[in-house]
Design a binder for this molecule. Structure first.
Ligand code: ADP
Length: 173
């Protein structure tokens, strides 16, 4: 069975990420979502929050497509994580030319590190290409409506976390 590895920070998971996963699930028998853990980067949602949200959100996609969809964490090199889960393909979404030039460099480096693992780009679906996790967090922090960008359970979790955080002085930095 062909496996694709979809790595990212997913802080938070968005409709753009889920669209890529749904399309990948029609192309591959198994899709492994890899939540990258970077100890130096403070995230809005904990790894466990992101994992639980994904597990809930990919369930219907797996049922609709028949693909196996798993959610794992990883540290270190993406190619090593892809190899560990048995993936021959690293999947990345591309929203615009900025993503494209960044992703091209990343794909080149990963290809040099591990020629046996290929990178596949999926272009953002029309209407979803403006969604970025960082913008979603900014909008949520300022009390804006994020319901067009993330599923309701993600919006709820993000609001809860930011509300708790907002009471701490360090969150305003
Ligand atoms: P990273 O921290 O690795 O940049 P992200 O969590 O921001 O990861 O995104 C993971 C992957 O999903 C990346 O390939 C990114 O380009 C892609 N992506 C993010 N948002 C969208 C979107 N709205 N549509 C399509 N692909 C997206």
């Amino acid at each position: 069975m062909k496996t694709a590895f979809f790595p990212g920070s997913f802080d938070p998971p968005t409709n753009g990420h889920l669209d890529i996963i749904a399309r990948a699930a029609r192309l591959f028998g198994r899709v492994v979502v890899g939540i990258g853990i970077n100890m130096e980067k403070r995230t809005a949602l904990s790894f466990e929050d992101r994992r639980q949200l994904f597990v809930e959100l990919v369930g219907p996609i797996a049922r609709a497509t028949g693909a196996e969809i798993e959610v794992v964490s990883f540290t270190g090199l993406t190619v090593d994580a892809a190899r560990k889960v048995g993936a021959g393909v690293i999947l990345r979404g591309v929203r615009d030319v900025d993503d494209f030039s960044y992703e091209m460099r990343l794909a080149g480096l990963n290809g040099a590190l591990s020629p046996a693992i290929d990178t596949l780009f999926l272009p953002a679906t029309s209407g979803l290409g403006t969604i970025a996790s960082s913008f979603v967090k900014d909008i949520a922090r300022h009390g804006g409506d994020i319901s067009a960008f993330v599923p309701p359970q993600v919006a709820d979790r993000l609001r809860a976390v930011l509300a708790v955080d907002g009471s701490k002085p360090s969150a305003s930095a």
